[in-house]
Design a protein around this ligand. Structure first.
Ligand code: NAP
Ligand code: MG
Length: 411
């Protein structure tokens, strides 16, 4: 793939970040962020993969696999939002087929857990008053209802659950239900290996952030399935983390999922909440909207083998892009994209021992927050900001220019 390199008087990046470009409005903002907030200050070392839908179609989606493997090679990647095609997109882009979600493909290669955290600005109050600290979510990204098999039961009959051992042993069978009439059944699974790597990723992330780890399931009802999750977390904690957590002054806290939800609502935040796949799907959207805007969330995929992929948690902001194509100006929020870059820069700096890169990333984050806190904001934020006469809505590029001005003052 194409290597981009720029030199002279800038902060040097030692090793490579895998840059994964995307689609629509986020692709437009991605380019501006690089041009105005990164290239002028950094001597970047990037390996570029274009995951724009057109390119994925041209390469029969091989480009997505290549990008995922590049992250394995270099350890750190940063990804723009991408279109997951549906029937409409097939027509719009004249696609060969309905290519799978790039995030799904990359997750399958890296075997990861997705961590999301809100970006807090002083004048964007959370919908829940007492949430003064960020609530981080760790979502298990494998199995359960996302890899289910379902049957629409047409009428009376017996539904059974059966496992046939590969070694020729006796099958294990259980009756699910004796149907008197029509209904539905569903089969879901998970593996010890995946749950265990989910647990490891969460314990690692919480220690890294120096925040307590909360985990919750419904093992009072699901005495084997959910109970297995709880058991694996407990064993992992006792075996590998108890001492380290004590030293760091943080705790591992287990409770029932309904109790966890009730406690989270009353808490001040400041924990990592490890969620099973479905809980994480639902709860991260609730947190995203409660913290103000989809664009005020960071998202990172952490693999148990130590690979990191930073991304924007929102989509490609399609509606804004159609306006942009008509030549209209948009007020789209690039914060999640900027923080994806700063996340990757900080990780690169940490792995390569280049504190000046970490320092730059902090300053860029600071400049972005200062811009918002001084009342310069995009439309999504103005709607939820604490009212102030100095608040003003600006266009996407003006917002990025304002950040660049604050950044220059800090450097
Ligand atoms: P979306 O791009 O997240 O946008 C939904 C709405 O949220 C927007 O219309 C906008 O509201 C608001 N919004 C989201 N991000 C914003 C930002 N940065 N600045 C300002 N407002 C923002 O979701 P979508 O329109 O449903 O999906 C579009 C495409 O994104 C789909 O093709 C989907 O496949 C893809 N997608 C990709 C990812 C990913 O790669 N991570 C994730 C989800 C979806 P207003 O219109 O009210 O301004
Ligand atoms: Mg969701």
């Amino acid at each position: 793939m194409k290597k981009t390199k720029e030199t002279t008087g800038k902060i040097k990046m030692k090793n490579t970040i895998v840059e994964i470009d995307g689609d629509e409005m986020t692709r437009v903002m991605w380019a501006i962020v690089k041009e105005k907030l990164l290239f002028p200050f950094l001597d970047m070392n990037l390996e570029y993969y274009d995951l724009g839908l057109k390119k994925r179609d041209e390469t029969d989606d091989n480009i997505t696999m290549e990008a995922a493997h590049a992250i394995k090679k270099y350890g750190v990647g940063v990804k723009c939002a991408t279109i997951t095609p549906n029937k409409d997109r097939i027509k719009e882009y004249n696609l060969k087929k309905e290519w799978p979600s790039p995030n799904g493909t990359i997750r399958a290669v890296l075997d990861g857990t997705v961590f999301r955290s809100p970006i807090l600005a002083k004048n964007i109050p959370p919908g829940v008053r007492n949430w003064t600290k960020p609530i981080h979510i760790g979502r298990h990204a494998y199995g359960d209802v996302y890899k289910n098999q379902e049957i629409r039961v047409p009428g009376a009959g017996k539904a059974e659950l059966m496992f046939t051992p590969a070694d020729g042993g006796q099958p294990i069978t259980q009756t699910i239900h004796e149907f008197k009439g029509s209904g539905i059944i569903q089969g879901i699974h998970n593996t010890d290996k995946s749950i265990s790597s989910f647990a490891k990723a969460c314990f690692t992330y919480a220690l890294d952030q120096k925040v307590p780890l909360w985990f919750a399931v419904k093992d009072t009802i699901s005495k084997i399935y959910d109970a297995r999750f709880r058991q694996i977390f407990q064993e992992e904690y006792e075996k590998n983390w108890m001492e380290k957590y004590k030293e760091a002054g943080i705790e591992y806290f287990f409770t029932l999922i309904d109790d966890a939800v009730a406690r989270i609502m009353k808490s001040e935040g400041g924990m990592l909440w490890a969620c099973k796949n479905y809980d994480g799907d639902v709860m991260s959207d609730m947190l995203g909207s409660a913290y103000g805007s989809l664009a005020m969330m960071t998202s990172v995929l952490v693999s148990p083998d130590g690979y990191f992929e930073y991304e924007a948690a929102h989509g490609t902001v399609q509606k804004h892009y159609y306006k942009y194509l008509k030549g209209e100006k948009t007020s789209s929020n690039p914060m999640a994209l900027i923080f994806a870059w700063t996340g990757a820069l900080k990780k690169r700096g940490e792995l390569d021992n280049t504190p000046e890169l970490i320092d730059f990333a902090h300053k860029l984050e600071g400049a972005s927050l200062e811009t918002i806190q001084n009342g310069i904001m995009t439309g999504d934020l103005l709607r939820v900001a604490i009212p102030d006469p100095k608040n003003k809505q600006v266009y996407t590029e003006e917002f990025i220019d304002a950040i660049a001005d604050y950044l220059k003052k800090k450097l």
